[in-house]
Write a protein of this length. Structure first.
Length: 400
């Protein structure tokens, strides 16, 4: 193939992607729905193609062992990522999701809403009194960790010890390939498996109203989850249950800073909060891409992709596709419909979507009610890695 006819190449290491990837995405979409990635990899840029491929049975989420070994290493972290629901295809994925879903149900999330509100109030009270906070360190980071600990049943006295291990585990999920990250992830997986296994043994003797106890009783006919399946997938849910929501809360607060009129609209019409949360998710998606493996030939943008090729589905680009979203770079808290793909799609649609939405709605409802004005109080600092999140987001607050 002549170079002049090759589609453009997506470079995930482009430094411009860290602060603002959207101009890069726009240029790629303009060239076509498909661009080149790394070796044996194609990258999908437009909404229609990304949305369809998320549900396409010719693609798989169960990636080759070599892929995980290359990214997470040959140790416990590499073993762990191959066992969790995220990287399973049917029938194993269907079975795990049905059984896990019994413990991670919408009803369980509804019962948590009151507690989420109490936790949010406790974090916001000192910020409102002081007139300032770091929206990342003081709100977006601690709240989701507290909530997922409540959901799983992790005792309050253990949470400070669990938290750093969950961050290290994220290095395995992020597939960074960094040697120091691999070692930290290996240690974290060993520690968290042992810790969650100990809690599970306690729940067998004395069940409680928490996720671990519900998973022990989850059943489909004669089928139950094994202890190993519960431990590994709860370890994964612990990380997944806070990391994406941390990103949503941080980018949502950043959106309020960059669009001052939005907070006024939410205060005047609290009913807009749920649609505003969906718009925060679309406008700056926490997870910018999903990886899939081509298992059967599939045609994208006039090219037939052979089995064995990797596809990188650019969620962040699809959510800004002008072919699907009018004026896509504009933040519109009343945008409807808003069929963003930030939670994925198809059989791997995010199991924790209801919890993330609940936390977003509760936090931004409280900010709209209690904050008259929010403004930057220092330079923001984006988190390293693939998630759209912040490590620092200083803000000044004027109570309502």
């Amino acid at each position: 193939m002549e170079a002049a006819h090759l589609p453009p190449r997506f470079d995930p290491h482009d430094p411009g992607l860290h602060d603002d990837p959207y101009p890069v995405y726009a240029r790629l979409r303009e060239a076509g729905p498909l661009c080149r990635g790394g070796p044996a990899q194609w990258v999908v840029t437009r909404y229609d193609e990304v949305a369809a491929l998320l549900s396409d049975p010719r693609l798989g989420a169960e990636l080759p062992e070599a892929y995980h070994r290359l990214s997470a290493g040959p140790g416990p972290a590499g073993d762990f990522v191959q066992r969790i629901m995220l990287y399973k295809d049917r029938p194993a994925h269907v079975r795990l999701r049905r059984l896990m879903g019994q413990g991670f149900s919408p009803g369980a999330v509804r019962r948590l809403r009151g507690r989420i509100g109490e936790l949010a109030d406790g974090l916001l009270a000192p910020a409102l009194e002081a007139g300032r906070m770091d929206a990342a360190e003081d709100l977006a980071l601690p709240l989701p960790i507290m909530v997922v600990c409540e959901l799983i049943g992790i005792p309050p006295g253990d949470r400070a010890e669990v938290r750093p291990r969950a961050f290290d585990l994220g290095r395995a999920i992020a597939a960074s390939g960094d040697p120091a990250g691999r070692e930290a992830a290996d240690r974290a997986v060993v520690w968290l498996r042992d810790y969650i296994g100990g809690l599970l043994a306690e729940r067998r003797v004395k069940p409680r109203d928490d996720l671990l106890s519900r998973l022990l009783s989850a059943q489909e006919g004669d089928d139950r989850l094994t202890a190993g399946e519960i431990v590994d997938n709860v370890v994964f849910l612990f990380f997944a249950g806070f990391e994406t929501t941390t990103s949503l809360l941080g980018t949502g607060c950043a959106a309020l800073l960059g669009h001052p009129g939005v907070l006024d609209r939410l205060r005047d019409d609290p009913g807009l909060v749920p649609t505003a949360v969906e718009e925060f998710l679309r406008h700056d998606a926490p997870i910018q891409s999903r990886v899939r493996l081509v298992r059967e030939p599939v045609t994208v943008g006039g090219r037939t992709l052979r089995p064995g090729r990797m596809l990188l589905l650019l969620i962040g680009s699809a959510n800004r596709d002008e072919r699907r979203f009018p004026d896509p770079d504009r933040l519109d808290p009343a945008r409807s419909p808003n069929p963003h793909v930030s939670f994925g799609g198809g059989p791997h649609f995010c199991l924790g979507a209801a919890l993330a939405r609940a936390e977003g709605e509760i936090v931004f409802t409280r900010l709209a009610r209690r904050v008259a004005d929010i403004a930057p109080a220092g330079p923001p600092v984006r988190s390293p890695g693939p998630l759209r999140a912040f490590t620092r987001l200083p803000v000044a607050l004027r109570p309502a």
